[in-house]
Design a protein around this ligand. Structure first.
Ligand SMILES: C[S@@+](CC[C@H](N)C(=O)[O-])C[C@H]1O[C@@H](n2cnc3c(N)ncnc32)[C@H](O)[C@@H]1O
Length: 397
């Protein structure tokens, strides 16, 4: 019996419950004790699975992670629940009621689609992965909506499904693969599959060059909690060529309007750091227009303005000082202000934030943020603090 089959027996399930909160530091002692009553193979499978479940909490939340099953690759490659739920919601809005999930992995997306009430055919060619996806559908009470098939996606007939979803494998033996043709299956195959279906969504790496996006697709960059998670190419949404940035939680979506690059202007009282999804989607101009701002430098995605306009698409900072880049001057200024907590942000500077922090040795009760950047081509330090918007200033009204 393989690991998963062992864990799915009643003895396996009971053991999984028992080892659920095992501290990795205690694993050896726990294993030695358990081996007196259970087969060694089952004990190591249960401890290994408990470790994977602990790792999966960040993506799936404790409630689901402790009921689900994982493979090491499956935890790493699966879509986090927040992003999968958002995409599944969009599928629903598009009227989709059935999806062929081609490359389902351990089922991160299939689960979210099923929870949105969508019937799913979940396909993966790796036997262990497909079996894990099946176990997850059962563990979460979704087996009635998710049919798992162990097959090569290139041989699956998806006719009859409202949409296809493809999340190709993006990691090879030597770390992440950036060439979309090196995806498994290659992006060109996924695009052809998408064009042959009424609607489709392809999950791809956020670093995809815009030139590689097919003309028929709408491209959406998604971030969660400020971290860019993925790009999605949507087909059949009725908006070919459209670009959007979606920020979770929310969702808050900024739509591209094809604006030209924002003008460069002198640094004002406020600096806006656009969310990574906005930057990847090339929507800094749309964001800048919302706050009436311009760029600090034509090559840098920092927006500056004289006034504070709260926006979900960027973090705003109030700038107190602007200096040419100079470590000694920064050190003196921080000492004078008694800044002990220094946040270093950079765009267009090769300086390592950790190294800078070591050099300036911040000390004191105060805090500040320094932006290392270029202003009109010159290496510059902009010093400030998160802006107090009416919402962050506190005080119930
Ligand atoms: C990025 S993972 C999918 C993760 C999944 N969306 C989730 O959220 O759990 C990609 C999966 O594609 C599978 N795969 C790669 N090429 C395939 C092919 N030609 N046919 C079927 N599955 C394939 C791999 O086995 C892997 O499990």
């Amino acid at each position: 019996m393989n690991d998963l089959a062992l864990l799915l027996t009643s003895e396996g399930r009971a053991l999984l419950d028992e080892v659920r909160d095992t501290d990795p530091a205690q694993e050896l002692a726990v294993a030695t004790r358990l081996r007196r009553e259970h087969p060694a193979e089952l004990v190591s499978a249960a401890l290994g699975q408990a470790r994977l479940r602990q790792r999966a909490v960040a993506k799936f939340g404790a409630e689901d992670a402790r009921r689900m099953f994982f493979t090491p690759n499956g935890v790493e490659q699966s879509t986090r629940a927040s992003v999968a739920a958002y995409r599944a919601g969009r599928m629903r809005e598009l009227g989709v009621t059935s999806v062929a999930d081609l490359c389902c992995g351990i089922g991160g997306d299939a689960i979210a689609l099923a929870r949105a009430g969508i019937r799913v055919l979940a396909v993966d060619r790796d036997p262990r992965t497909a079996a894990t996806a099946r176990a997850n559908a059962e563990a979460l009470g979704l087996a009635g909506l998710i049919e798992v098939r162990e097959a090569d996606v290139t041989e699956v007939d998806t006719a009859g499904y409202d949409a296809v979803f493809v999340d190709p494998a993006r990691r090879g033996g030597r770390g992440r693969i950036f060439d979309p043709e090196a995806y498994s299956p290659p992006l060109s195959w996924a695009v052809a599959a998408a064009l042959g279906a009424p609607r489709a969504a392809l999950k791809i790496a956020p670093g995809i060059p815009h030139e590689a996006i097919p003309a028929e697709a709408e491209a959406e960059w998604i971030s969660d909690g400020g971290d860019v998670k993925e790009a999605v190419l949507w087909f059949g949404t009725g908006a070919p060529g459209a670009v959007r940035a979606t920020l979770l939680p929310g969702p808050r979506t900024l739509l591209g309007r094809g604006l030209p690059d924002p003008r460069v202007r002198p640094v004002g009282r406020y600096l806006y750091e656009p969310d990574g999804a906005v930057i990847r989607a090339h929507l800094v101009a749309e964001m800048a227009e919302e706050v009436g701002g311009g760029l600090v430098d034509e090559t840098i995605a920092y927006v500056t303005a004289d006034e504070l306009h709260p926006t979900p698409y960027a973090s705003a900072y109030e700038i107190t000082d602007r200096l040419p880049f100079n470590v000694k001057k920064l050190k003196a200024l921080l000492r004078e202000r008694e800044v002990g907590t220094l946040t270093v942000k950079k765009r267009g500077s090769a300086v390592e934030p950790e190294e800078l922090r070591r050099k300036v040795k911040p000390q004191g009760p105060g805090s500040a943020t320094v932006f290392l950047t270029r202003v009109a081509g010159a290496p510059t330090m902009l010093i400030g603090a998160p802006a107090q918007t009416p919402a962050t200033a506190g005080g119930a009204s």
